[in-house]
Design a binder for this molecule. Structure first.
Ligand code: CA
Length: 359
């Protein structure tokens, strides 16, 4: 028995040496968890963010929890992730809360709201405002514990095959833009189109759509969108700091001893911050490449267009919030926070950025 144990320990050590995997990760874990994701496996930024979170939990727990990540369709479909974790098929799910609007309208406020909070403000509302408590209330009926697991920062307005010089240019504009942003475009006279990521490029290239939004330079370059449209507009008024999420099956989380629960929660905090840093570093390099190598024309949406979109966004978001009491409660908290943080950020972040690079 002792000899067998010795041999198995020795072979684990050998294997670890060969593969470079730490031997403790090969020790038998106390908890084997599955993380299902709405992203294709290893998808830049989002899928890799999910991988990083799993690695953090594995390493921080000293191998006591082992999380295995599944790409979309590997275990369940991209939009089945919420239900799968709710019923316990997997312990964790990685996605974005606006995908679950059909489950709870209030969920949308925990991903992105047009003309809403930036990444920095969103984290402040979640961790040091009422955000996290409200999010927990919204996911409670589904047996899920939510957590922020990354942020894209301010996105780009998108890729356009025609110039936008005035509000009139939005008339009849066929654009791939999901969620509340799409509803706003519709009110401005445009035609929002829903398309999965994989069909965006061909639709833009064939002229089936005139424009599309995706994320920012890093993700957009990876998709090759610069080969299908001439103009790259900013700023991403519709997604000013999209929060990605990781929700956990409540029973599974509560079955962990306290130290492991704490490790899972802290791993989420680290992953949340890391994605923003990762995308910020990669976005500016990708932008340079788009402009200098691919000669993309980067343009700002005109003030009157942004003004019109802002007015319509306020209407759309308020109407959405009026649909049910829980959404209204979340909306009121979100909006109060925005109203309070704006005067401060006007004389801090905004004033500094303007001073550093005027115009
Ligand atoms: Ca987007």
């Amino acid at each position: 028995m002792k000899r067998r144990q010795f041999i198995s320990t020795a072979s684990i050590a050998t294997l670890a040496g060969v593969t470079g995997v730490s031997s403790r990760a090969l020790a038998s874990p106390e908890y084997r968890w599955k993380m299902v994701t709405t992203w294709p496996k290893n998808f830049p930024g989002l899928g890799t963010g999910a991988n990083y979170l799993a690695t953090l939990i594995n390493e921080m727990s000293g191998g006591r929890i082992q999380v295995k990540v599944y790409g979309a369709k590997e275990l369940v479909g991209a939009l089945e992730v919420f239900d799968a974790v709710s019923r316990g098929t997997a312990e964790m799910g990685h996605g974005a809360a606006y995908y679950w609007k059909g489950k709870s309208r209030a969920a949308q406020f925990f991903s992105a709201v047009p003309f809403g909070l930036t990444a920095q403000e969103m984290n402040a509302w979640l961790y040091h405002g009422e955000g996290m408590t409200l999010w927990e209330e919204v996911y409670e009926p589904f047996g899920l514990v939510p957590g922020a697991a990354g942020n894209t920062g301010v996105q780009m307005a998108g890729w356009f095959n025609r110039e936008i010089n005035s509000v009139a240019d939005l008339q009849g504009l066929k654009m791939r833009i999901p969620g509340l942003g799409g509803e706003v475009l519709k009110r401005a006279g445009g035609v929002p189109v829903l398309l999965p990521g994989g069909e965006i490029f061909s639709s833009l290239q064939s002229g089936a759509i005139d424009a599309t939004e995706w994320v920012g330079p890093y993700n957009d370059l990876a998709f090759g969108l610069h080969k299908a449209a001439k103009y790259y507009y900013y700023p991403g008024w519709h997604e000013p700091g999209t929060t990605l999420e990781c929700f956990i099956n409540k029973k599974a989380l509560e079955s962990l001893p306290n130290d492991l629960q704490y490790i899972v929660r802290m791993a989420l905090r680290v992953a949340n911050q890391d994605m923003l840093a990762d995308l910020t570093a990669k976005n500016h390099r990708a932008l340079e490449q788009l402009v200098n190598v691919h000669k993309v024309q980067v343009k700002r949406l005109p003030d009157d267009v942004l003004g019109r979109l802002r007015t319509l966004s306020d209407e759309v978001v308020a109407e959405e919030a009026a649909q049910d009491p829980l959404t209204k409660k979340v909306f009121d908290s979100y909006l109060n926070f925005r109203d309070q943080v704006v005067p401060w950020h006007r004389i801090s972040e905004q004033a500094y950025m303007n001073a550093r690079s005027p115009g």
